[in-house]
Design a protein around this ligand. Structure first.
Ligand code: HEC
Length: 318
C-alpha cells in the first residue's frame, strides 16, 4: 500500500502514466480509494478509520484542485504531497505497526518506515551497491573520504577524485567539459555530481557501470583521468603507517584488513554512499520541518507538472 502511494505521487498525479488523456486526478482518486477498500475488505474486523479519514481529506483536496485545473491553473503538487500524501503515509505506517503488527522487510530500495521521500532515511543505499552493511561505523566512509581527496591514487600524485568532483561546487567542476589533468586534454563529458550517485541504478552517461565500486576502478585506471595502477597505489599506500592503521580499523572483523584494491574501492564507494543531498530548504519544507517562499512552490509545481521530468528521482531532486 505504501509503495502504491509512492507510485501515486511519482507517476500518477502528474499524468506520467496518462500523458495524452491527462486523467491523473481521477486516477489518483480511484487509486487512493482502492487502498482503503483493499484494507477494509482484507481485514474486516480492523479499524482503519485513520487511513480512511486521511484518504477522504486527500480526495476532497483533489476535487478542489480539479476545479482550479479546469480553469487553467497548475495543480498544487507541493501542498498535495506535504499536507495530504504524507498524512496518508503516516496513517498506513501506523496501521501496519499497530493494527496489522508487522514490520516491513527493508530489502527494498525504499525504507517503508520513512515518513516522506524527501529525507535520507527514505532510501536504502545498500540496495544499489555490492556493499553490505558493516559494523565498523564511520571508519569505512572516513577512509573513503581520505582516499577521495588524496592524489595518491593517480599516477603522478597530482590528481584526486576531488580535482574534478569539487565539494565546493556540489562535487562538479563547473566546466562544460572536464579537463584531463594528466594529458592536458578535454574529456568528452562534463563532471557530474557524486551527490546521490549511490542511488543510481547505472553510472556514467552511457550507463556502462552498475555499481560504485566498479566505477571508481574505471576512473583510477583511465589514462585520461588518473592513470593509476592498483598495484602501485597499494604499494604507495603501504608506505603510510596512518593508512595501514585506518585500513585495519575500517576492515576490522573481515578476512582482509590489509590495504588492497578491493578495500580501496569499497571505501571510496562507502564514502560516496554517505553523500546524499536531502537537506535543502525545499526538502525540509516537504517534510513539514520548515517553510519556503511561494515562488519556490510555484516553480516546483510547474517543474513537476508541465516539464517532462516526472519520474521518482525528479520529484525531489531540486
Ligand atoms: C579528470 C576528472 C575526473 C576525475 C579525476 C574523477 N572523475 Fe569522476 N567523473 C568525471 C567525468 C567526466 C564523469 C562522467 C563520465 C561519463 O559519464 O562517462 C565522471 C563520473 C563519475 C561518477 C558517475 C556519476 C554518474 O552520475 O554517473 C562517479 C560516481 C564518479 N565520477 C566518482 C569519481 C571517483 C570516486 C573518482 C576518484 C577515484 C573520480 N570520479 C575521479 C571526471 C572525473
Amino acid at each position: 500500500m505504501q509503495l502504491r502511494l509512492v507510485k501515486i505521487y511519482t507517476l500518477g498525479i502528474n499524468n506520467f502514466d496518462c500523458q495524452i488523456i491527462k486523467t491523473g486526478i481521477p486516477e489518483t482518486k480511484a487509486a487512493l480509494f482502492s487502498i482503503s477498500n483493499i484494507l477494509n475488505i482484507s481485514y474486516r474486523n480492523a479499524d482503519f478509520s485513520m487511513v480512511n479519514n486521511s484518504i477522504d481529506s486527500a480526495v476532497a483536496f483533489l476535487d478542489r484542485q480539479q476545479i482550479r485545473v479546469n480553469q487553467g491553473a497548475e495543480f498544487d503538487y507541493f501542498t498535495f504531497y506535504r499536507n495530504y500524501v504524507v498524512p496518508v503515509n503516516l496513517s498506513l505506517i501506523n496501521a501496519r505497526k499497530n493494527i496489522l503488527k508487522f514490520d516491513p522487510q527493508n530489502i527494498r530500495a525504499l525504507n517503508l518506515d520513512a515518513t516522506t521521500l524527501f529525507e535520507k532515511e527514505a532510501y536504502n543505499t545498500y540496495f544499489f551497491t555490492k556493499l553490505q552493511r558493516s559494523n565498523n561505523g564511520d571508519m569505512l566512509p572516513y577512509l573513503g573520504k581520505l582516499l577521495f581527496f588524496d592524489p595518491i591514487l593517480s599516477v603522478n600524485n597530482a590528481v584526486s577524485c576531488a580535482s574534478c568532483h569539487k565539494p565546493n561546487m556540489a562535487y562538479t567542476d563547473g566546466l562544460p567539459k572536464s579537463y584531463g589533468f594528466l594529458k592536458n586534454d578535454t574529456l568528452p563529458r562534463n563532471t557530474p555530481t557524486i551527490l546521490n550517485a549511490a542511488l543510481q541504478r547505472n553510472l556514467f552517461m552511457d550507463a556502462s557501470v552498475l555499481v560504485l565500486e566498479d566505477q571508481a576502478k574505471t576512473v583510477v585506471q583511465n589514462e585520461r583521468e588518473m592513470h593509476g595502477d592498483f598495484k602501485v597505489v597499494v604499494a604507495k599506500l603501504n608506505q603510510s603507517s596512518t593508512y595501514k592503521k585506518i585500513f585495519s580499523q575500517a576492515f576490522a572483523g573481515t578476512k582482509d584488513t590489509a590495504i588492497s584494491e578491493e578495500g580501496i574501492l569499497k571505501a571510496l564507494a562507502e564514502f560516496q554512499r554517505t553523500q546524499l543531498s536531502f537537506d535543502s530548504p525545499f526538502d525540509k519544507a516537504m517534510r513539514g520541518a520548515g517553510t519556503i517562499e511561494q515562488p519556490v512552490i510555484d516553480g516546483y509545481n510547474i517543474f513537476y507538472g508541465q516539464s517532462q521530468m516526472r519520474a521518482l528521482p525528479f520529484c525531489r531532486t531540486l
